[in-house]
Write a protein that binds this ligand. Structure first.
Ligand code: TTP
Ligand code: MG
Length: 406
């Protein structure tokens, strides 16, 4: 079997690095990008910070007031999304010069399948050296890259190599590489699963690899098989290119299982908004909405609804998601996780929208205006009235899910 070669690339301290590049006086200094600290009284959170600021304990999603307390002499800057989007476009253009097999994950992160292209540069390692060099030459920014025969190990490798790193994990070293790492490094092991595993005495990936599949299945159901595979270094996931994207979803795991339908409703509003925004970013509209709920004992259920017309409006998605939830909910239920997914996209989105009624067009304009404001002033500039009350959820939901075409 041909071994695949995956590269995971992630820019270092991305927003802060762009700011330092554009203002050399900031180089070598702690820089915090995010909400206005207002001398320690500011609300809102840190988007990111330079590695110099990380030494003081500052990190992404931390309240800006805490960041100010930890590092008052840092340079605090507002989010300039337009600038970072430009830098991101430039970097992605460079990546597409190397291979079309790219799965974009976020503004500063992507998976590349270089199995068929690395020969042009000799070896996978040389290919990645060349990618890093080209990014530095053209964008004056540093990237970290992990190389491995499976995606999840490539991601762990880029993370461990930060900043300005390059780390290759060869197939024969995969288990040895993963073994001593904390289980939290595994894709799919969030704080909840980590806690549940720790209670069983499972701390490292090696501990997990030694646990019997039977025990894991008993504890985690279907998820147990996945955990078992990952710990053995088995991860069959391929990259999913933009054109293959089949669904967009966001999930949220509650800090403590909740029995409050109101709390679930607020989270659904935020998840719907995130899914809606992501769909619009890719100029997509979906026809099928799927609500996912995981109950206290890891039992997972999904409920789907197919709209008469494709949509990417947050209100439409939220109302239906909440309706599905109400149909599902029974008194006494406790929820561990909820998720919202939209699928069944239409390639002819632009064409279809030409014939849509005036109301839809108006609605589209409103959404586009909201997106522009968010791009300019950050994700929390405008949020639904309902969402506003729960600031804490805004930075916690899971990533976008990509699925491979059937
Ligand atoms: P990350 O790649 O997670 O972080 P980073 O690039 O700043 O630092 P690292 O070297 O650890 O990769 O996120 C990319 C950008 O996304 C980041 O620069 C700012 C933004 N972001 C937020 O706005 N809020 C967040 O909570 C996170 C995690 C990132
Ligand atoms: Mg990054």
């Amino acid at each position: 079997m041909l071994l695949k070669v995956f590269a995971h690339i992630d820019m270092d301290a991305f927003f802060a690095a762009v700011e330092q590049r554009d203002n050399p006086r900031l180089c070598g200094k702690p820089v915090v990008v995010g909400a206005d600290p207002q001398n320690g009284r500011g609300r809102g959170v840190v988007s990111t910070c330079s590695y110099e600021a990380r030494k003081f304990g500052v990190h992404s999603a931390m309240p800006i007031s805490t960041a100010y307390r930890l590092c008052p002499h840092a340079v605090f800057l507002p989010v300039d999304m337009k600038k970072y989007s430009q830098a991101s476009d430039e970097i992605f253009k460079i990546l597409y010069d190397f291979t079309p097999d790219i799965e974009p994950i976020s503004v500063d992160e992507a998976f590349l399948d270089i199995t068929g292209s690395y020969h042009f540069y000799g070896t996978p390692l040389n290919t990645c050296r060349e990618i890093k060099k080209r990014i530095m030459d053209r964008s004056h920014l540093t990237a970290s890259i992990g190389l491995a025969p499976v995606k999840m190990a490539a991601k762990i490798a880029s993370d461990l190599s930060k900043p300005d790193g390059l780390l290759e994990v060869k197939g024969e070293n995969l288990k040895e590489f993963l073994g001593p790492l904390d289980i939290a490094k595994l894709w799919g092991v969030g704080p909840k699963t980590k806690k549940a595993l720790n209670i069983l005495g499972i701390k490292t990936i090696d501990d997990l690899a030694r646990t019997s599949l039977k025990d894991l299945r008993r504890q985690f159901g279907e998820h147990g098989q996945h955990l078992h595979d990952l710990a053995q270094g088995i991860d069959p996931r391929e990259i999913v290119t933009d054109s293959e994207m089949k669904s967009v979803s966001h999930e949220h795991t509650f800090d403590t299982d909740t029995g409050s339908p109101d709390e679930v409703r607020e989270v659904l509003a935020i998840l719907s908004e995130k899914v809606s925004r992501r769909l619009r970013r890719y100029s997509l509209k979906g026809k099928t909405l799927t609500l996912k709920v995981r109950l206290k004992g890891f039992e997972t259920s999904t409920k789907a609804f197919t709209f008469g017309e494709r949509t990417n409006f947050s209100d439409t998605i939220y109302k239906k998601a909440h309706e599905l939830f109400r149909e599902f909910h029974k008194p006494g239920m406790k929820f561990r996780l909820v998720g919202v997914r939209m699928s069944h996209f239409d390639d002819a989105y632009v064409r279809e929208s030409l014939f849509e009624d005036e109301m839809t067009k108006k609605n589209e304009k409103v959404h586009a205006a909201v997106d522009r404001i968010k791009d300019k002033f950050g994700e929390t500039a405008i949020v639904r009235g309902l969402s506003l009350r729960n600031e804490k959820y805004r930075h916690q939901s899971g990533g976008v899910e990509y699925q491979r075409s059937a």
